[in-house]
Design a protein around this ligand. Structure first.
Ligand SMILES: *[C@@H]1O[C@H](CO)[C@@H](O)[C@H](O)[C@H]1NC(C)=O
Ligand SMILES: *[C@@H]1O[C@H](CO)[C@@H](O)[C@H](O)[C@H]1NC(C)=O
Ligand SMILES: *[C@@H]1O[C@H](CO)[C@@H](O)[C@H](O)[C@H]1NC(C)=O
Ligand SMILES: *[C@@H]1O[C@H](CO)[C@@H](O)[C@H](O)[C@H]1NC(C)=O
Ligand SMILES: *[C@@H]1O[C@H](CO)[C@@H](O)[C@H](O)[C@H]1NC(C)=O
Ligand SMILES: CC(=O)N[C@H]1CO[C@H](CO)[C@@H](O)[C@@H]1O
Length: 465
């Protein structure tokens, strides 16, 4: 009869894949041969990509892995999540869980205020030779099926089991700035970059995925005393995924009343000036809070001035080149057609992949009476005519025009209109003409009451929202 030791390795792996983590541990302990057979698969499944959080135990686990001769080489993708103990009134089931939670809170606070988190990250990064991707997240992904749970930070399930209280990703503590969501994540971003710099580790990919709130612009601040450590990391970076939120800028003015700091995203402009090797840039603006998206994108689309014409104004960073940019993804923004065309035109010679997601195209001037422009159709037409633009992948979805819904006609054999279109391949002309043919604006139904005829067109738009 076949036993675990005689079945083919693929079967053993397939069987083990259904075991909860704890039982898998037990299986590996049962005998040397099983352990040996499963080792490659096990270390790949468990140590290629791991998520940690800013607690001493979790970061100690990261250090322990980095000290392990073999696991340290497997670990290529490190995610630091923003799991936080909260400073809010909680109700505990017993003395023990209360003690553990309150201790945990105090420990996390001390870890952060002493900056030990950065020291521990630096120590781990120094030894993770094969690190290619560093991520920052404020959620648990749900794409891992073992244990029927999502992907969680190392140690967070234990905290939940021991205290009965789950750690939170988006704390809104007003007492402790260190323990407040927005500050926490911006601080984490700067610290991770600084730790990588101090560790001389330059992973090419940096992925900030935040579903609660984007990074505030100050997270990108690079004062002169930080640059020597961080610039080498930024220079080698090829992939940068971001959620940003350009709110809360300085309100200083000059004596004549003019604002001192007019440029939204001033720090990120300086920051992107240090990432010349980016091939993939994703910027998602804040849902519903996309103010100043346009001035930033106008800046991103500006041609690079000659050295002599470059401004030295600290409040007005010069435009950047990104000469290797192949993949550009923009999301949750509202801009006019021209801004988009200028931006794509600037990167034409290298751009292969373009994604426009949850984007609103707008015009300030109302169309002439009886005229129903289709801004997206115009945009697709103008993009299709950019000479030398050689996209191999295009994704457009959940888009709007002056905040009216835009779709792509009925799908194949389905009644519901398509909300997104995605193409890949060489036949660019076909996908531009397909898009132009299909794209439809959902104009509001005309008013029934004839007495309203003289009313401004815009009122209909308001009503439809
Ligand atoms: C990791 O790094 C080591 C030494 O730097 C190298 O030999 C190995 O091929 C790398 N990759 C993996 C997956 O271990
Ligand atoms: C951040 O970007 C992702 C896409 O990468 C998006 O799904 C998410 O809603 C964004 N988060 C916020 C807070 O807007
Ligand atoms: C990154 O860019 C710099 C300067 O633009 C260049 O010298 C360097 O070779 C690039 N590095 C990589 C890893 O592409
Ligand atoms: C957009 O660009 C076109 C061509 O470059 C120009 O003719 C037009 O006036 C611009 N529209 C606006 C609203 O700036
Ligand atoms: C577009 O890309 C393809 C494949 O990379 C290449 O053969 C073709 O010459 C390019 N066309 C232009 C106009 O750059
Ligand atoms: C929806 C939204 O807030 N869009 C903003 C994009 O940026 C321009 C220019 O800064 C603003 O006028 C828009 O309101």
């Amino acid at each position: 009869m076949a036993s675990l030791l005689t079945i083919p390795l693929e079967l053993l792996v397939a069987v083990s894949a259904y075991l909860p983590t704890e039982d898998l541990g037990s299986l590996r302990l049962t005998c040397k041969q099983v352990e040996k057979s499963l080792y490659e698969w096990f270390s790949k499944e468990f140590f290629t990509k791991k998520q940690f959080m800013l607690t001493h135990k979790s970061l100690q686990a990261l250090i322990d892995i980095s000290r392990h001769a073999s696991f340290s080489k497997k670990l290529t993708h490190v995610i630091i999540a923003t799991d936080m103990y909260e400073h809010v009134p909680l109700r505990f089931r017993d003395e023990d869980s209360a003690t553990r939670y309150v201790t945990g809170y105090e420990e996390q606070k001390t870890l952060l205020s002493l900056g030990m988190d950065r020291e521990m990250l630096t120590e781990a990064f120094q030894r993770l030779e094969n690190l290619t991707t560093v991520g920052i997240r404020d959620f648990n992904a749900h794409n891992r099926f073992r244990d029927g749970k999502g992907w969680t930070s190392w140690g967070s399930t234990t905290v939940y089991r021991e205290t009965g209280i789950p750690l939170k990703f988006n704390s809104i503590s007003t007492y402790m700035p260190e323990m407040q969501g927005t500050y926490f994540v911006s601080r984490l971003f700067s610290n991770v970059l600084y730790a990588l710099g101090r560790a001389n580790r330059n992973p090419p990919e940096f992925e900030v995925l935040l579903c609660h709130q984007g990074l505030s612009d100050t997270a990108f601040s690079l004062p002169d005393f930080v640059r020597p450590a961080v610039e080498p990391v930024l220079e080698k970076m090829t992939t940068l995924l971001l959620n940003v939120s350009f709110v809360g800028r300085l309100l200083h003015t000059h004596t004549n009343g003019q604002t001192v700091d007019p440029n939204a995203g001033r720090f990120i402009r300086q920051f992107l000036g240090c990432t010349p090797n980016l091939t993939h840039l994703r910027v998602n603006f804040e849902k519903g809070l996309v103010a100043h998206n346009e001035s930033f994108l106008d800046w991103l689309g500006q041609p690079v001035p000659t050295i002599s014409a470059r401004t030295t104004d600290w409040f007005d960073p010069p435009p950047i080149a990104l000469p290797f940019l192949k993949r550009l993804e923009l999301g949750q923004l509202s801009v006019p057609t021209n801004t988009t065309v200028t931006l794509v035109t600037k990167f034409t010679s290298t751009l292969e992949y373009l994604s426009l997601w949850r984007m609103n195209l707008y015009t300030l001037s109302a169309p002439p009476i009886g005229h129903k422009p289709n801004l997206w159709k115009d945009l697709f037409e103008r993009l299709s005519k950019i000479p030398q633009l050689n996209l191999t992948h295009l994704k457009v979805g959940m888009v709007q025009q002056n905040h009216m819904f835009v779709d792509f006609g009925p799908g194949e054999g389905r009644a519901a209109p398509l909300k997104q279109m995605e193409f890949s391949g060489r036949d660019t002309d076909k996908f531009w003409s397909d898009l132009q043919e299909r794209v439809t604006v959902q104009w509001p139904e005309p008013m029934v009451d004839a007495s309203d005829e003289d009313e401004d067109d815009e009122e209909d738009v308001e009503d439809a929202e």
